[in-house]
Design a protein around this ligand. Structure first.
Ligand SMILES: Cc1cc2nc3c(=O)[nH]c(=O)nc-3n(C[C@H](O)[C@H](O)[C@H](O)COP(=O)(O)OP(=O)(O)OC[C@H]3O[C@@H](n4cnc5c(N)ncnc54)[C@H](O)[C@@H]3O)c2cc1C
Length: 275
């Protein structure tokens, strides 16, 4: 994280801009307990959208529905998400919806379908570790979707999710290929590869080239501070790259998921605690 406040995130975004890298901004927080907190979160993002528009940054926002009150009041969450997308439309930006744990998957996909009826400029994250995701991609295809495909960050059971890295990678590639083929066939789909796995990215890039698609047929999205050298390399090679910059005080659950992803990070964090 560049810092806990929006100023730090915007500063980081303008540094990335100078390197030809776009940004997505997320204020950390999830599963709020009072519906008024959702109003505050929505107001924060509206102001942030105004600030990114005024500064000329190619910065989009990425939100968790539970941060906008999804557990408490679905209609209010919808109204908030709609206002954000309408505000982002003024600068022709997309509002991304993160995907949370599997208890939310169906509701989130249905929410996205409803959002697309009223605001075309919304995107959804889908997780390659879930068995259902291939069907979700097919289901969303007629909506001309914007899909960010990630491996998935929550602990999900074998009944619904692939468990090994190999299976997840295989599904990630299959899903990406299906989306690229749809793009080749003329479907208006925005494809974002949300991964730091450069082996996967290069395999998918190779397939896009085989299909005769330009480098801009997909975008790479990576998290702030991870594989920054690769973000610069890919941008230098002409691939659209977007850095997802997280900020905010509620970083704990997010940080724990990042630690769990990579055992080396646990050792790194523990070493910081030593005198
Ligand atoms: C832009 C973006 C948005 C995301 N949004 C969501 C979402 O909405 N819902 C969701 O469930 N998940 C989301 N994720 C997280 C995602 O599901 C994975 O948990 C995460 O990206 C790690 O998997 P990977 O694809 O990078 O592959 P991995 O196989 O885990 O990693 C590949 C390589 O990247 C490097 N790397 C990966 N993670 C780290 C790390 N934490 N620290 C240091 N190095 C690392 C390592 O070198 C590793 O070998 C998002 C990820 C990104 C990049």
């Amino acid at each position: 994280m560049p810092g806990e406040d929006a100023d730090s995130a915007l500063r980081a975004a303008s540094q990335f801009k100078a390197q030809g890298i776009s940004s997505a901004l997320t204020r950390l927080g999830e599963n709020i307990t009072r519906v008024e907190e959702a109003d505050e979160v929505a107001a924060h993002y509206l102001k942030l959208l105004d600030r990114t528009a005024a500064s000329g940054l190619d910065a989009e926002v990425s939100v968790k529905l539970t941060q906008l009150g999804f557990d408490l009041d679905g209609e209010r969450t919808f109204a908030h998400a709609r206002r954000l997308a309408e505000r982002a439309l003024a600068t022709r930006r997309t509002v991304w919806i993160d995907m949370e744990g599997s208890a939310y998957t169906e509701r989130t996909v249905a929410f996205y379908e409803r959002m697309k009826q009223v605001c075309a400029n919304t995107g959804l994250c889908l997780q390659a570790y879930l068995h259902r995701t291939a069907a979700d991609v097919d289901r969303l295809m007629p909506l001309d979707p914007a899909i960010r495909i990630v491996k998935g960050a929550y602990a999900e059971p074998p009944a619904i999710a692939f468990q090994t890295g190999e299976q997840i990678d295989r599904n990630y590639i299959a899903l990406s290929r299906a989306m690229l083929e749809a793009a080749r066939d003329g479907r208006r789909i925005r494809i974002a590869l949300g991964t730091h796995d450069v082996t996967l990215i290069s395999e998918i890039a190779g397939y896009a080239a085989e299909l005769g698609l330009p480098k801009a047929s997909f975008e790479v999205q990576m998290l702030y501070g991870i594989r920054v050298d690769e973000q610069r390399r890919l941008a230098g090679e002409g691939y659209p790259v977007r850095d997802l910059i997280c900020y905010g005080a509620a970083w704990y659950p997010w940080y724990m998921r990042r630690l769990a992803e990579r055992p080396a990070n646990v050792m790194f964090a523990l070493r910081q605690l030593l005198p």
